[in-house]
Ligand binder design. Structure first.
Ligand code: SF4
Length: 307
């Protein structure tokens, strides 16, 4: 589960991909669910059977107490934190439940400042490394990563609506999955020279990681949802007076949260049920559809077929 601790950051990296609605705002998200209380984050973790948390931002360490609260709440899960701050011993020692720290020198500047935090975090038993986008080869990152035997996670430079113009101005070119079409040489050099090297392409992040999360969430929904290979779910959707629809479903022996689920504006149930009882449902004054949607909190619908 990705925990976006805050949209506030003291840097202004030219490649910052954070969306307008989060950038510079002190908001918290667990995946795409806005977190107003810790309960929201716990619900989201349960909905996807989370096995780990990735703490990110903005700059998470600007909200240190909040980070500590999340680490405490999810102490049984694996945790990693992504930060642009070369954190001091005092800060790192407060991150008791943290398993892994990933340092991101903004625009790959001032890399030497991370050497001491790397040493300290290693001594504390954390996994440690750099995490950077594929904007350039930094000799200092290669040297420090190898010298301290820490990893380098290289992310394919990603184009977003907020960084597009900046990237194009600097000569980067987008490919058909919003990654970078002229960053291959940078990836090759790091891959050859850094001992502990991992690469994450934009396509992998988008397709494999997202799909995996969707499938985990879909599998936690009641059995009547049909789970697709992409991780979306298909079901019947009855739109109308919820209390009236519920009374009808209950009279047919259906159980709430097992055979149907109340959602905004109506209920979701099996495709089979809505097809079999279509006339009666329509007599209740409802609109009936078969829908395909994401199993996420926002329930983004990808296809609607009216019956
Ligand atoms: S450090 Fe991260 S969040 Fe801050 S401006 Fe740079 S890319 Fe954006």
């Amino acid at each position: 589960m990705v925990i976006f601790i805050t949209g506030i950051c003291h840097n202004d990296c030219f490649y910052c991909p954070i969306s307008e609605d989060r950038k510079g705002r002190d908001v918290v998200f667990a995946n795409e669910r806005e977190v107003k209380s810790m309960e929201d984050a716990i619900d989201e973790a349960n909905a996807m059977s989370a096995e780990g948390i990735a703490i990110t931002g903005g700059e998470p360490l600007l909200k240190l107490d909040r980070v500590i609260e999340f680490l405490k709440t999810f102490k049984d899960l694996h945790s990693h934190l992504y930060t642009s701050i070369p954190a001091s011993y005092k800060v790192l020692s407060r991150l008791k439940h943290l398993d892994e720290v990933r340092f991101h020198p903004p625009e790959l500047k001032n890399v030497k400042a991370y050497e001491e935090p790397i040493r300290v975090a290693k001594r504390m038993g954390m996994d440690v490394g750099f995490e950077i986008p594929s904007i350039a080869v930094s000799e200092e990152i290669v040297e420090i990563a190898n010298k301290h035997d820490v990893f380098l996670n290289l992310n394919e430079l990603e184009f977003s609506s907020t960084n597009y113009e900046n990237l194009v101005k600097r000569g980067f070119k987008p490919n058909d999955h919003y990654g970078c079409s002229n960053c291959d040489e940078i990836v090759r050099v790091y891959a050859e020279r850094v001992k502990k090297f991992h690469y994450c392409s934009a396509r992998f992040k988008d397709r494999a990681q997202l799909r995996r999360r969707l499938i985990r969430m879909a599998k936690n929904l009641p059995d009547f949802y049909i789970v697709t290979r992409e991780g979306t779910v298909i079901c019947g959707y009855v739109e109308g007076d919820v209390e009236r629809i519920k009374r009808y479903l209950d009279s047919k022996g259906l159980k709430a949260n097992v055979d149907y689920v109340v959602v905004e504006g109506g209920i979701e149930t099996s495709v089979e049920f809505v097809e079999r009882h279509l006339d009666e449902l329509k007599r209740l004054g409802t609109n009936v559809f078969i829908i395909e949607r994401y199993p996420t909190f926002k329930r983004i619908v990808v296809e609607v077929n009216p019956l």
